[in-house]
Write a new protein. Structure first.
Length: 337
């Protein structure tokens, strides 16, 4: 394994932020990981996947370990289900395409989410009515301290909306090395409840969609709505949609009658953060080489050359302004490093 020094991470994060890693290594196997973790030369480690859910605000004074473990295996298959294990360094979308090619269903709604398979459990990736937890069986991880191998089943992961134990209690203590999912191999259960998917399928004139059709629809919707990080640096949704009490919602509704909402439970309401940010006047706001995307108020963008600190300050200003107007705290979905 070749450990490099003072490497720019610009091409390793979708925001395109130019910070340096003091040391950098690409781990292609479990053996590589065991070797690098057993070395006492680099006490501080930082784990990097596809770099699509992080805002790098400073140089990383650690050994950055790029997770590059590859491989996809069918563990078992019955008439209706299949258990598939994918290694952490597989690109998520390519894994989705592999499943679709094999007619394995369950993650077609998660098409085109950037990043790696190993990061998918960390924030329980979700889109268009489906979350990773819906198909998740287990994941394997190496403990950064004692190098023991641990297996986490679904209950262990404490999945929630863009949350898991890996983003909370166990943050920065493990490297997820593989993820195992239970998918359908026949009688696929389609999730077409989102209006945008239904509209797209209608446009394609498809009344009885296959999982492949749903993936195609999701890809088309995402490509029309979200900026491609290859063109404009970004990390997808920068903020989570806040969940507030029904009582607070009623007060806001009286003041802002057009406020959109989704019921989460009998006592809680989810409000789209994008709407709050737009109302606060930030949609399309440009501050030199960074800002808020013109069509997506939830997406902060780097037009080229912005620093992580620039974008962090804008994020803080947005949070402060939204709180002042609506008395709602919006949390970041992106990991601030
Ligand atoms: C255009 C765009 C659209 C997006 N749309 C969505 C969406 O619809 N839904 C959604 O949920 N997300 C979305 N995201 C966010 C992002 O794609 C996901 O969160 C993805 O899972 C991040 O994967 P990654 O490999 O890039 O993680 P990274 O950004 O590399 O890492 C994220 C965090 O996990 C840690 N980490 C990475 N790999 C491992 C590992 N193997 N073991 C332990 N820790 C690790 C890192 O240290 C970091 O703290 C979007 C991002 C972009 C840029």
């Amino acid at each position: 394994m070749h450990i490099q020094q003072n490497i720019s991470l610009k091409s390793y994060n979708t925001f395109g932020i130019d910070v340096k890693a003091k040391h950098f290594v690409s781990a292609k196997s479990l053996q590589d990981l065991q070797e690098v973790l057993s070395s006492s030369a680099y006490p501080n480690k930082f784990i990097l996947g596809g770099g699509s859910n992080m805002l790098l605000t400073k140089d990383i004074d650690a050994l950055v370990i790029l997770i590059d473990l590859k491989g996809i295996e069918v563990v078992s298959q019955s008439r209706e289900h299949v258990i598939v294990k994918a290694y952490a360094g597989e690109n998520w979308h390519e894994f989705v395409l592999w499943c679709l090619k094999n007619n394995f269903g369950g993650i077609e709604n998660l098409s085109l989410i950037p990043g790696n398979v190993g990061s998918a459990p960390i924030q329980n990736i979700g889109a268009y009515g489906v979350e990773l937890k819906d198909v998740f069986v287990s994941c394997e991880a190496i403990d950064l301290k004692n190098r023991s191998i641990r297996t986490f089943n679904k209950a262990d992961c404490e999945f929630d909306y863009r949350e898991s134990i890996f983003k909370q209690k166990l943050k920065d203590t493990l490297i997820i090395t593989s993820v195992t999912l239970k998918l359908t191999s026949s009688n696929h259960k389609l999730s077409t409840g989102y209006g945008a998917i239904a509209n797209q399928l209608q446009e394609y004139n498809i009344a009885q969609p296959t999982i492949q059709d749903i993936s195609k629809a999701v890809i088309a919707i995402r490509q029309s709505k979200l900026p491609d990080p290859k063109d404009i640096g970004n990390s997808g949704s920068f903020f989570k949609n806040p969940v507030i009490s029904k009582t607070q919602f009623e007060v806001l509704k009286a003041q802002f009658p057009t406020i959109p909402s989704y019921e989460v439970s009998s006592t809680e309401i989810k409000v789209p953060a994008g709407w709050l940010i737009e109302q606060a006047g930030f949609k399309g706001k440009t501050l030199g080489n960074y800002g808020v995307h013109k069509d997506q108020a939830l997406v902060l963008v780097n037009y080229g050359g912005a620093t992580g600190q620039d974008i962090l300050q804008l994020a803080r200003l947005i949070q402060k302004t939204v709180f002042k107007i609506f008395n709602i705290s919006i949390e970041t979905e992106v990991n601030i490093i």
